[in-house]
Write a protein that binds this ligand. Structure first.
Ligand SMILES: [Zn+2]
Ligand SMILES: [Zn+2]
Length: 445
């Protein structure tokens, strides 16, 4: 049922813990759902509990910031979860499904080449070349050649995966058919569900979204270990939801194991799930740090080409201090939070100054959309200007927020509340909305 905007506004005001409409880091509570695929070993609730403790600890020490709290609330089987929330015909999911790999080889990838190349160009050529095997490295001199390498490598890897079986003897993956193991199907369900911020599963998820070829995945095992992606329904992580799977930790299939075939203790498994996967995904959502491949040793956001999760967690243990190259993201977020605190205390001048500083500090390559995050900040700057009586500035910032994030209903409402728009302005505003298309917003581990 749709509610009127006034009822929604009242509900939002009652629910939010602060007048800024945003929650401070220490107040963030994340609702967790466990989703189980019966073809794999069951999810161990004790392991999940320990993993969530590791996630909090790692997040705090790695970023010197308060960690969110997790609450495990739901348990589904995979069929129930994807059956309830997935829907390929939903307009939100149609575009995802149009980019789904169905196992047809190289010719199926070519129609998506332009978008895939735009996605790959987020990283430097050198960073991408780190994923290319030594004997081919010298031949690859352009993004187009990286793309050609990806096409051959990815289609070959998926072809091999189709020959593997689950512990129950069923096919591990059937591209284009088995929804339970499809990244596209999971993304669709995660976006449509309204109840959880974090989903933990035990299943294998094939990296089958051809428009966003995540380097670590498509040049590696073509599987997804964890993701952070947009959600129109969840606000705890600023409109994002997370997923992590225990598959790579617990699988007995040696070529897919993230433990290099060696056995693991309970605590090591929990640490990989919590510190290596979940804390990493939480940092994507909270700080906007993208997947990086060239930060120094001990960076939680870096996946090293060819490294297993076990290698990754050992590297983190050996280098416990925060990564200096992730710091600009952390500083930008902390400045934004200081702005929110000032706003809540009605120190509107300070709030405005801090928020505009935070907006300027946001690094260029930003997970979840830089324009979206800046829009969130200038929207609050608009409210702060309004609070201090600077109406012209309030209007200016509200217009900017709408322009940067045309999908933000909060920004549109702020602009509407501040000004009755003359009709002649509408076409210009609509045009700016149409021009702002969504950018790639997922990240993986
Ligand atoms: Zn880093
Ligand atoms: Zn990632």
């Amino acid at each position: 049922m749709r509610r009127g905007w006034f009822a929604t506004l009242i509900a939002a005001t009652l629910l939010s813990s602060s007048a800024s409409g945003a929650t401070k880091l220490e107040d963030v509570v994340l609702t967790v759902a466990l989703v189980e695929d019966p073809d794999f070993p069951p999810l161990d609730e004790q392991l999940v509990k320990r993993a969530l403790e590791h996630a909090r600890k790692e997040f705090s020490r790695r970023f010197d910031a308060p960690a969110p709290t997790f609450e495990v609330k739901y348990r589904f089987d995979v069929e129930g979860f994807l059956g309830a929330y997935g829907n390929p015909r939903d307009p939100k999911c149609k575009e995802l499904y149009a980019g789904r790999y169905k196992g047809g080889g190289a010719t199926e990838l070519r129609p998506h080449q332009a978008r895939a190349l735009r996605f790959l160009k987020k990283w430097s050529l050198d960073a991408l070349k780190g994923f290319i095997e030594d004997d081919a490295k010298d031949r690859v001199k352009s993004y187009e050649e990286v793309y050609d390498y990806y096409v051959a490598r990815y289609t070959g890897t998926v072809a091999k995966l189709t020959k593997l079986k689950t512990p129950k003897g069923t096919p591990l993956v059937e591209p284009g058919r088995n929804e339970h193991r499809s990244f596209v199907a999971w993304m669709c369900a995660l976006e449509r569900q309204e109840d959880s911020d974090v989903v933990i599963t035990n299943t294998f998820i094939l990296s089958d979204l051809l428009t966003e070829p995540h380097p670590h995945s498509v040049f590696g095992k073509a599987k997804i270990g964890g993701i952070a992606m947009p959600s129109g329904h969840r606000s705890a992580l600023g409109g994002q939801v997370l997923l992590a799977t225990t598959f790579g930790i617990d699988t007995q299939v040696s070529e897919l194991s993230e433990l290099g075939g060696a056995p693991a203790t309970f605590d090591e498994r929990a640490k990989i799930l919590g510190a290596y996967l979940l804390a990493h995904e939480v940092a994507h959502a909270i700080f906007g740090i993208p997947d990086v491949f060239d930060h120094p040793l001990g960076c939680l956001m870096t996946s090293r080409p060819g490294a297993t999760y076990r290698d990754g967690i050992q590297e983190l243990e050996a280098h416990p201090t925060p990564c200096p190259r992730c710091q600009p993201y952390v500083v930008a977020r902390k400045t934004m939070d200081q702005g929110r605190v000032a706003f809540d205390a009605k120190r509107y001048g300070d709030a405005r100054r801090l928020l505009l500083t935070a907006a300027k500090k946001i690094p260029k390559h930003f997970h979840g959309g830089r324009r979206r995050r800046i829009a969130e900040i200038v929207l609050l700057a608009s409210r702060a200007s309004e609070g201090s009586g600077a109406t012209n500035d309030a209007v200016k910032f509200a217009k900017l927020a709408v322009k940067l994030d045309p999908r933000s209903s909060a920004a549109s409402k702020q602009l509407e509340a501040l000004t009755v728009m003359p009709k002649r302005e509408m076409p210009a505003l609509m045009a700016s909305r149409a021009l702002t298309s969504s950018t790639a917003t997922t990240t993986d581990r």
